[in-house]
Write a protein that binds this ligand. Structure first.
Ligand SMILES: [Zn+2]
Length: 210
């Protein structure tokens, strides 16, 4: 297993390169546009072949275009996984499991790989660079309670943008942070989150992370 985070300077987007070093194949999630040369150098250094370029979500004004990376590597671009519940992405001996987690955008997908969840901006309203914004707090509540927080506490959660300087959190930490607001139910979560933070603000809890 080979796991590498690659953070773009311009948009702060964090891409994740996942590889099977035995079969020398890779996939990448949310590659920053400014880091194409870095990704190509990493692939060349390890002699990895890039099979797929995946996105957790794409905004209408998205600046992280993946065309050049796909052209240079021959990788397939998978901007959305339509049937996210049944599709598995296999690369070498590894399996990446897409999980539909709408809320930040209507078609957000998180990717579960081993003990790691690449969750896009699911927890991270405030840091998304996008000017266009489509959050649906009700669907966000459903994604958190019915999907993400059903995973084990030890799951490592990797966001698409740093959350107040943090690049990873355990699901146990997040569960604790969200326990109070989620326990009050869907309507209360929507009302309280909108009242406290507005549609563009980050949800409660994250701004308190150390
Ligand atoms: Zn976003």
């Amino acid at each position: 297993m080979h796991f590498q985070a690659i953070e773009g300077r311009d948009t702060g987007l964090i891409g994740y390169l996942l590889s099977d070093p035995d079969e020398r194949v890779s996939v990448i999630v949310d590659p920053p546009r400014s880091c194409v040369d870095v990704v190509l150098a990493l692939l060349a250094e390890h002699r990895f072949r890039l099979l797929r370029v995946l996105r957790t979500h794409v905004h209408e004004d998205d600046r992280d275009d993946c065309t050049r990376l796909c052209v240079c590597t021959g990788a397939l671009l998978s901007p959305h996984v339509n049937d996210a519940e049944t599709t598995q992405i296999v690369f070498g001996g590894e399996v990446l499991r897409p999980m539909a987690t709408p809320g930040h955008t209507p078609r957000c997908v998180s990717y579960l790989w081993r003990d790691r969840l690449l969750c896009g901006d699911l927890f991270n309203f405030g840091s998304c660079i996008s000017a266009e914004y489509q959050a649906d707090l009700g669907r966000l509540f459903d994604s958190l309670t019915r999907r993400v927080f059903t995973l084990p506490d030890s799951t490592l959660v990797f966001p698409a943008h740093p959350v107040r300087g943090r690049h990873v959190a355990t699901l146990a930490e997040l569960r604790q942070r969200y326990a109070s607001i989620l326990s009050r139910g869907r309507e209360a979560f929507m009302t309280e989150t909108a009242r406290r933070h507005g549609a563009r603000a980050r949800p409660p809890g994250f701004q308190k992370l150390p």
